[in-house]
Design a protein around this ligand. Structure first.
Ligand code: ZN
Length: 376
């Protein structure tokens, strides 16, 4: 096409181009507002009559209304909780030695901060249901959370020395997750003593999610609801391994992950946390960027995930390339050397080969097999 015609055509299209740009700008601003105010599964509301109306709706800021009955037993300081076995030394000793470590004599897949001693047989056997249990499970819109697994939840308010405020007195989370979260936030406050931190979400029951979801559907319809809620059973908050910093402005500073808060995305892996939902992984997670949502997966895994810019979905797939005979070796910033590998579930019972290792932890991946973390 001759240059002059090109120029003329450009001129003719100029008003149209301006109009298109204006429309795009409006769309972008709208998207920004929605992203800024949405959540992975905004609990928004216990009073869901107000849901789905406003772009001012803050994510994950409303009351949890969690069922505390399952966690009450652990709040007194007794570490027995509702785990199915174990003497209950849930301390974060990190020793990894001793008979059964913190699990007692049985491997119930509840991670309490120490690897377990490999039995003399050099293997353990896992059941089909245990694919859905453990610290490294993937929970998203494809893979739901099984509430039957052993848990040990602790009230956040049980820690008087915590470095953050809790938005709701009934907030609670997995004990190991909370211990690591407390360490992380305490270290942050040592560096930035004047920074304000508040937490607004931790463990959430499926029943709570279902009630909020159904209320929203009744008020606003399914389509609108799905923009704001994870389906009941499919929220990562069911695991107790996820904690949200406050995101709203109700008497507190928002958590944007910017400014001094960049420290968290740079250092969370040292405490076993990953920044679960990042903008560049939206195509995979289908969750908007959430700078406030941190998920505990264990230190070596978090180290590898954050340093290699993976989301949990990608990591779960990647680990399938590693086996007992060809493990992934991880040497995290926090210390130690770990071998990580995958064992596909073979159905009713799966034998996990641990030969050559002294200590291990076995988690299901919640998809089709097991992730082994082992040390020699
Ligand atoms: Zn969250």
């Amino acid at each position: 096409m001759p240059a002059y015609r090109h120029a003329r055509r450009k001129a003719n299209y100029l008003p149209f181009t301006i109009a298109v740009c204006a429309v795009i700008a409006v769309i972008i601003i709208t998207v920004i507002v929605i992203v800024a105010t949405s959540g992975d599964e905004p609990t928004h509301s216990a009073n869901t009559t107000t849901t789905a109306t406003a772009t001012t709706r803050p994510a994950d800021t409303t009351a949890q209304s969690t069922t505390i009955s399952t966690t009450a037993a652990t709040t007194s300081g007794s570490a027995t909780g509702n785990r199915t076995s174990g003497s209950g030394n849930a301390g974060n000793s990190g020793s990894g030695s001793g008979a059964g470590g913190a699990y007692g004599s049985s491997d119930n897949m509840l991670y309490t901060g120490s690897l377990l001693t490999v039995p003399a047989s050099g293997s353990v056997t896992k059941t089909q249901k245990e694919v859905k249990y453990g610290l490294q499970i993937l929970v998203n819109n494809d893979y739901d959370y099984d509430e039957n697994q052993p848990t040990d939840h602790v009230m956040m308010t049980a820690f008087s020395d915590r470095a953050y405020k809790v938005a709701y007195t009934d907030l609670n989370a997995d004990r190991f997750t909370l211990q690591q979260f407390n360490r992380m936030t305490a270290d942050y406050k040592k560096i930035y003593p004047n920074e304000y931190l508040q937490v607004c979400s931790g463990y959430r029951t499926i029943a709570t999610q279902r009630r909020n979801f159904n209320n929203s559907v009744a008020a606003d319809g399914l389509e609108e609801t799905l923009k704001w809620f994870s389906k009941p059973g499919y929220s990562e908050h069911h695991t107790g391994f996820s904690i949200d910093f406050n995101t709203n402005a109700y008497g507190s500073a928002a958590f944007t992950g910017k400014g001094n808060q960049v420290w968290f995305s740079k250092n969370c892996h040292k405490y076993g946390f990953i920044l679960r939902y990042q903008a560049d992984k939206y195509d995979i997670t289908r969750i908007n960027a959430e700078p406030w949502h941190f998920r505990q997966v264990g230190i070596p895994h978090a180290d590898y995930i954050m340093k290699n810019n993976l989301c949990l979905e990608e990591y779960i797939e990647k680990i399938k390339n590693y086996s007992h005979d060809n493990p992934l070796t991880i040497t995290p910033d926090a210390g130690g050397t770990y071998n990580v590998y995958y064992v596909k579930s073979t159905g009713a019972s799966t034998v996990i080969d641990l030969s050559g290792y002294k200590s291990y932890y076995c988690s299901g991946n919640n998809v089709d097999g097991f992730i082994i973390t082992a040390q020699k």
